[in-house]
Design a protein around this ligand. Structure first.
Ligand code: ASP
Length: 355
């Protein structure tokens, strides 16, 4: 009987789990990046995985699995074997905004993953092609409103960060551009540099060097304070626009990954974020390095739950109102949802300041 039980345990992998976790990792780890190469998620994945590989003693191989605003790659990660050899670099879109935009989303960001940790905060910038006729945000808003659907807003697919922050921006200023989808904001940025699309709202790490090189225009950063990486770019707050939004990237393992394996990954991420070279590279691109308390799996779990709760009503209101009401009411309702009923403040302050 005893022999039978041991055999059964081995078959079920019960006895094998602790040994597996202890030895982990014994082979390379795949980190899925759910967007095209060269964009912010890819950049952050490659920066942090380099030092994580050194800590773990095994290479982390970045695999780009783009599509459907990042949800294709994240779906694949959720369904992968929970053994620590497949992880994913998710973000505020895939693990915050997507549930509101995909009624049939194949994963639940809050229950289908073992969170590993937050990799970086990424403020949002409003950027445009360098040949754009507007010289500042005010002129840009006037232009966008006049241009209507002749304006092109690049984004990384439904549910992405550039999508949700773009919906929010366009609703806030009261315009409906033509949305141009890409498999990531890396390729979108290339088209913006060559002047083929007008503008986008994107994560800072993607756009800093092109702004510094004068290849695109930056109208504002959607934060209350300027970024040390781009000290000349004004904030939306300074400019009186009620649009403040920031994104983030974080690592997730599939649900059921042994806690000891998650702990090793989380420790490697923590060490990467303490590494001087990793910190420097992220900071130069405007990435915000999370503090120790913000890097833990528990903090990431809470962030995901909070973000889903925050974005769902914002995006649902934006979508519903777009269909039902004229644009002006969309702005008021949307801003009301975002700021907890402060729609009136939006209408009086922003329009007055602009007058
Ligand atoms: N920043 C992109 C987004 O809009 C994705 C990427 O290419 O990293 O979600």
């Amino acid at each position: 009987m005893k022999r039978y039980l041991i055999g059964l345990a081995a078959l079920l992998g019960v006895a094998a789990s602790p040994a597996l976790a202890q030895d982990y990792p014994t082979k390379p780890i795949t980190m899925i990046v759910p967007f095209a190469a060269g964009g912010p998620t890819d950049i952050i994945a490659r920066i942090v995985s380099e030092h994580m590989s050194r800590v773990l003693g095994q290479q982390i191989i970045v695999e780009n699995v783009a599509g459907a605003g990042g949800t294709t790659g994240v779906t694949r990660a959720a369904a992968a074997a929970p053994d620590g050899y497949t992880i994913v670099m998710g973000h505020m879109g895939t693990h915050g905004a997507a549930p509101a935009l995909y009624p049939n989303l194949k994963y639940n960001p809050a229950t289908d993953f073992a969170p590993v940790g937050l990799a970086a905060g990424t403020p949002i910038l409003i950027v445009a092609r360098k040949t754009h006729p507007s010289k500042d945000l005010k002129e840009f808003i006037d232009w966008a409103k006049k241009a209507g659907d002749k304006a092109n807003n690049a984004f990384a697919g439904v549910g992405s960060v550039s999508h949700s922050t773009g919906i929010l921006f366009n609703s806030t200023i009261g315009t409906k551009p033509t949305m141009i989808p890409y498999t990531g904001t890396g390729p979108a940025l290339n088209d913006m540099v060559s002047g083929q699309v007008d503008y986008m709202t994107d994560q800072i790490v993607n756009v800093v060097s092109q702004i510094q090189g004068g290849n695109i225009k930056a109208f504002a950063i959607a934060l209350p304070e300027r970024s040390p990486a781009l000290p000349d770019v004004p904030t939306t707050k300074e400019l009186g626009l009620d649009y403040q939004v920031s994104a983030w990237n974080a690592i997730f393992a599939p649900k059921g990954t042994p806690p000891a394996v998650v702990a090793k990954l989380s420790d490697a991420l923590d060490k990467a974020l303490d590494d001087a070279n990793t910190k420097k590279r992220l900071a130069e691109l405007g990435g915000v390095i999370p503090d120790k308390a913000g890097r833990t799996p528990a903090a990431l779990q809470k962030l995901v739950e909070d973000e889903v709760a925050r974005w769902t009503p914002i995006l649902k209101a934006a979508m519903a109102n777009e269909k039902k009401y004229p644009l002006k009411i969309t702005c008021a309702n949307l801003t009301g949802v975002i700021n907890g009923g402060l729609a009136r403040r939006f209408l009086s302050t922003w329009r007055e300041r602009r007058a």
